[in-house]
Design a protein around this ligand. Structure first.
Ligand SMILES: NC(=O)c1ccc[n+]([C@@H]2O[C@H](COP(=O)([O-])OP(=O)(O)OC[C@H]3O[C@@H](n4cnc5c(N)ncnc54)[C@H](OP(=O)(O)O)[C@@H]3O)[C@@H](O)[C@H]2O)c1
Length: 249
């Protein structure tokens, strides 16, 4: 797909990898809808910056968790469908969906609670599924990229709900690629340790063993996403951007 003139919805697009994706898509001539949850200020600032640089950009808010399971305070409907509808309403059309929003909590098997599993799966698995569904119901030709994690290739036990959600999303990426062909390509990018929880730039925290001995950069992740969106003959593919970490199991 030629990116120029296309419209992209990037979930969790206000900060970090999501913001870099929005910037890169805009630089390629895309119109960008920045989804955010808590980062309203960053999302508006990013949209304003993109517009100053000549791009068209909008923001759409939405919490992908349906409730606070600890307090028993639930709402029944997920906001994914509304986010896609609002994105189409502000931008007029959509061609691209990048499922980037996620939560990452370190929880080992013996500490995991039902509430924690639900909370992580709602954002990391249910939201991408419902967003792909809402997108595919309205878009005939387009591209989807799901942000995964190189943990899908291993059995690291320090973040159980997160890892299981990303492994399922990898499966869902292939399943959706078949289901949504021929009109929509669906691919995944599985980053290694790019950024730690609260840092944006270089970090002193160890990235663990990496065959290539370099921490993968945000730009490397962005490049893979753009490549997959531009590739008309690639679907159901997962590209690891992890300096070879997945090879170690
Ligand atoms: N960072 C890494 O090194 C790394 C490594 C492997 C894989 N990945 C994957 O790459 C993607 C981007 O990574 P990242 O570190 O940049 O992500 P991140 O900062 O942890 O999260 C991205 C965004 O997700 C949104 N989000 C969180 N909870 C939400 C909710 N309940 N509803 C709606 N949106 C919600 C947040 O938006 P608001 O700020 O607006 O609340 C947040 O800014 C993720 O899918 C991640 O799993 C990252």
């Amino acid at each position: 797909m030629q990116l120029k003139g296309k419209t992209a919805l990037v979930t969790g697009g206000a900060r970090r990898i999501g913001a870099a994706l929005c910037e890169a898509l805009a630089a390629e001539g895309c119109r960008v809808v920045i989804h955010y949850n808590r980062s309203a200020h960053s999302a508006e600032a990013l949209a304003a910056r993109l517009r100053r640089n000549g791009a068209q950009a909008w923001t759409v808010a939405g919490d992908f968790r349906t409730g606070n399971y600890r307090s028993g305070n639930h709402r029944m409907s997920h906001s994914a469908d509304r986010v896609v509808r609002q994105a189409m309403a502000v931008a007029g059309k959509l061609d691209i969906l990048v499922n980037n929003a996620a939560v990452f909590d370190k929880q080992r098997l013996l500490q995991v609670t039902t509430a924690a599993i639900r909370a992580e799966w709602e954002v990391n698995l249910l939201a991408p599924l419902l967003l792909m569904q809402a997108f595919a119901r309205r878009v005939k030709r387009g591209g989807i990229v799901n942000l995964l994690d190189c943990r899908i290739a291993s059995h690291q036990s320090d973040a159980v709900p997160y890892s299981l959600a990303k492994k399922s999303l990898a499966d869902l990426t292939r399943l959706a690629a078949l289901e949504l062909a021929p009109g929509i390509t669906v691919n995944g990018v599985a980053p290694g340790p790019v950024l730690t929880a609260d840092t944006v730039g270089a970090t002193r925290e160890s990235a663990g063993p990496l065959p290539l001995k370099i921490r993968p950069s945000v730009q490397a992740v962005v490049k893979a996403v753009l490549f997959l969106l531009e590739s008309d003959a690639i679907t159901g593919q997962i590209v690891f951007v992890d300096s070879g970490r997945h090879l170690l199991g």
